[in-house]
Design a protein around this ligand. Structure first.
Ligand SMILES: Cc1cc2nc3c(=O)[nH]c(=O)nc-3n(C[C@H](O)[C@H](O)[C@H](O)COP(=O)(O)OP(=O)(O)OC[C@H]3O[C@@H](n4cnc5c(N)ncnc54)[C@H](O)[C@@H]3O)c2cc1C
Length: 501
């Protein structure tokens, strides 16, 4: 009997037959991402508790079978559910979907990995909670924990999501269980509200890593602001954008802008509102200049969106005035028309808009979008950029030029989550059903990543096509990370290859 067969037999007795899946259709769908992959998945395990996760990992270790954990499995544009290496069994945590604790006064929510953005939002809403959990621009079916571990980005004052979590419960590849912060002490009242605990802080070790499976996490919630006004400004050209960017950075630093805000270029703004205009371009790709010129005349070159929040109308009006003064003469305010029942994503309403992934598809986005299933081509390339117009301009030059060299549109956004650093995210959207596009898009991604790195802009999040081992490192961190991996995962069974581990 092979190691895999022996492990499957033990997993079946630990989880029950129904939760060890080997049906070819289920495996084929888990092996599909939004770009080309070749990795095969021999089985999917669906544990329902921390104890079952521990059992799964002990069995994996004793038979040296690699496993890859996913929570919501919606890591679209970064690899979906596909493991970095061939032959990894998928450890799918969606059944662990309980909300374990909620405290209104101290504003936190403790959840298992299967809890999705939609579930948490609905749960809070049903209770009439005055609090909200940060939501993302992606799928509401994404998992809070999966997203936070990837250091995802959202809307509101907690937009840098991993910065506002604590009290992780983690199963190590050996099957051991650890808790972070004060959660490791019995009866520790401060476990969900105090991040650092005592001694070395371990939380960071388990984000963007292959060192443990997180089975519980506490998220700090935000109080809904009595005053909330979303804003969208349009900027007509790049020169105006750089000036506005510096001014808004100053507003973020002084505290006038407490929420995340976003700079979207014209292609990105177009691609959330419509699909590629094949008819107007007579089927030609990439988007011809005349089409973008027309859009720019009406709308502008960049859209800047965000929200002003305050504890009362008076302060809100003051902050609005500071914002209006900062952009005066540089940007035009777009008046937003909202339905009466509109709820703001800056108060936690999940966005539900996957249109960007369907940009180059020839059929419309279905009511229940699923980019893997629908053969959407989609790759994110994300780098960190200091929040200055000089750096943003330099990085934007790369982001705008390279995709066009590969006949793709330059879909570019800067995410301002904090006053010091911008996330620059480039979306490479294409149609996997068009011959040759998978290879072209991947070549584009690699060229982008290479040029960013050579210019000093490094990834803040990597998908499967990322090559961390190729990133130049100037210290001993690679050896240190190797030693940590060896210590925590001696058999090398957890997500081998992820983030270079
Ligand atoms: C159009 C579009 C818009 C998007 N917008 C956003 C956005 O605004 N913000 C954003 O952050 N992302 C965005 N995304 C990217 C992505 O869809 C989300 O980040 C999504 O939340 C990730 O999926 P998930 O939460 O289900 O995580 P999963 O797919 O479950 O996991 C993500 C990663 O974390 C690891 N992991 C998951 N669970 C565990 C665990 N319990 N223990 C250890 N490791 C684990 C997995 O191995 C995997 O590498 C967008 C994608 C698209 C296509």
């Amino acid at each position: 009997m092979s190691g895999l067969e022996a492990a499957l037999a033990e997993w079946r007795s630990a989880l029950g037959e129904a939760h060890v899946i080997t049906e070819p259709e289920a495996l084929a769908s888990a092996e599909t991402a939004t770009f080309a992959t070749t990795q095969r998945i021999p089985a999917i395990l669906r544990p329902s508790s921390t104890a079952e996760v521990q059992a799964c990992l002990r069995i994996a270790q004793s038979h040296a079978v690699p496993v890859y954990p996913v929570s919501g499995g919606r890591n679209w544009g970064y690899g979906s559910r596909v493991p970095p290496r061939d032959g990894c069994v998928l450890l799918e945590l969606a059944r662990m979907n309980r909300i374990l604790a909620y405290d209104e006064k101290l504003a936190y929510l403790t959840v298992e990995p299967g809890v999705t953005f939609r579930q948490a939002y609905t749960w809070l809403k049903e209770r009439g909670s005055p609090l909200f959990i940060t939501t993302i621009g992606g799928s509401p079916e994404g998992s809070l924990i999966g997203n936070a571990l990837e250091r995802g980005d959202g809307r509101g004052p907690h937009a840098d999501i991993f910065n506002h979590v604590c009290g992780l419960e983690v199963v190590l590849p050996t099957g051991e269980r650890v808790e972070t912060g004060h959660a490791r002490f019995p009866n520790a009242h401060s476990a969900p509200v105090y991040r650092w605990g005592l001694g070395p802080s371990l939380d960071g070790l388990f984000s963007q890593s292959a060192l443990g499976v997180v089975t519980r996490m506490t998220f700090w919630l935000v109080k809904k602001a009595p005053y909330l006004r979303e804003f969208v400004f349009s900027v007509k050209d790049d020169e105006h954008l750089w000036e506005v960017m510096d001014r808004l950075q100053a507003l973020a630093l002084e505290g006038t802008l407490r929420n995340s805000f976003f700079f979207w270029n014209d292609v990105k703004a177009l691609s959330v509102g419509m699909q590629y205009p094949y008819q107007a371009t007579h089927g030609r790709t990439p988007l011809p200049g005349f089409f973008l010129d027309t859009f720019r005349e009406d709308f502008g070159r960049w859209a800047i969106s965000g929200a002003v929040t305050a504890p009362d109308e008076e302060l809100g009006a003051l902050l609005e005035r500071r914002l209006a003064t900062a952009v005066e003469g540089l940007a035009r305010r777009i008046v937003l028309e909202r339905d009466a029942d509109y709820e703001s994503p800056f108060h936690g309403k999940p966005s539900d808009n996957m249109a960007m992934a369907y940009w180059r598809k020839r059929n419309p986005m279905p009511p229940e979008p699923h980019p893997d299933r629908d053969q959407c081509g989609f790759i994110w390339c994300s780098v960190a950029v200091p929040f200055t117009s000089e750096r943003a301009r330099e990085a934007c030059g790369i982001a705008s030029r390279v995709p066009r060299m590969f006949a793709l549109e330059a879909n570019v956004a800067f995410l301002a989550l904090a006053p010091r650093c911008l996330y620059l995210v480039v979306a490479l959207a294409y149609d996997r059903e068009t011959a040759g596009e998978d290879a072209r898009a991947m070549a584009c991604y690699q060229a982008l990543q290479r040029e960013f790195t050579q210019t000093g802009y490094y990834p803040m999040r990597l998908g499967l096509p990322g090559f961390p081992e190729e990133l130049p490192v100037q210290d001993d961190s690679r050896a240190l990370l190797k030693r940590l991996k060896q210590a925590l995962d001696p058999a090398g069974i957890l997500a081998p290859g992820r983030y270079g581990f």
